[in-house]
Ligand binder design. Sequence first.
Ligand SMILES: [Zn+2]
Length: 316
Amino acid sequence: MLERTTESGLHETEGESAADPTAARLAALGVALDPEIDYRLSTVFPKLEGWGVKGAIKRKAKLIKQIEPHLKEMLHPGEEVLFVSKGVQYSFAEQYFMGLWAATINQTVFVLTNLRLLMLRTRSNGRPKETFWTLYYNQIQKFKGGWTGMLELKLRDGRKLKFSGFPKLDRKTMPQVFEQTLEGYRTQGFDPQVSQSLENLCSGCFTVVPKQQFDCEDCGVSFWRPRDVALRSLFIPSWGDIVMKHYTIAVVELIGAAIAWFIAFSMIFKFVRNGDPVALIVAAVVLFFTHVVDAMVTYHVAGKGLHPRSRRASDA
Ligand SMILES: [Zn+2]
């Protein structure tokens, strides 16, 4: 109820007429966005002229087109899209253990609306995967856009999120949109109820699945518990990533595990042959790192968002 009244309160009617320079520029470039989605074109495409801008507009339009089918289902009535951009979520642990491969599972499209920030996990080309989040702006305690291009969000419940890899043009404009919308929250006194700052959204119906819940009450999709995913990786490294559909990482891990198993078994063989205790210790250490560390990293990855383990009950 509160949401609906404030939503319409936040909604600014700007009256996009035919004389709108952004609409005219998009039309000239042959860019057509879904008319059923309410875009505030002046902030989605803040720069219309200049070197390299034409390409930037086309790239952004392409990104938007990829997420439009999802967006139509995610947006509430009266919700207006203010900004769209894609970055990569950064995690030290993942970067450390997976290296460059971490980027393959962390591509994230940001959709800033007049109500909230929507986040969609995507492939590198912007095609959505099955993990989605929503964040009300007043859950952001601190917002930092550094000179390195790293965007840091400190959330009210203590979580910290880091992103990098946003297009240069977006790094400057995104903070402004954040600030303006948050100011709207302050003047309206808008403070919606949440179970955690960054809420998980169901991949079937896009309603919030509260913290520590792994079943959608609305549509019946169930999600993997991080513990169950981690146990699979403990048993066979990469199994957890396979259930989360992180196939590239899974292949890399499986190759790593195969090498580790080979080393461990040659060490065990050596121990059996000449009773060298060091060989046995080496085998144990290698197996520990391969299985336990993989399980720990997988647990961390699985805890960041929801990964469906079943389809909608109605689709079955
Ligand atoms: Zn659902």
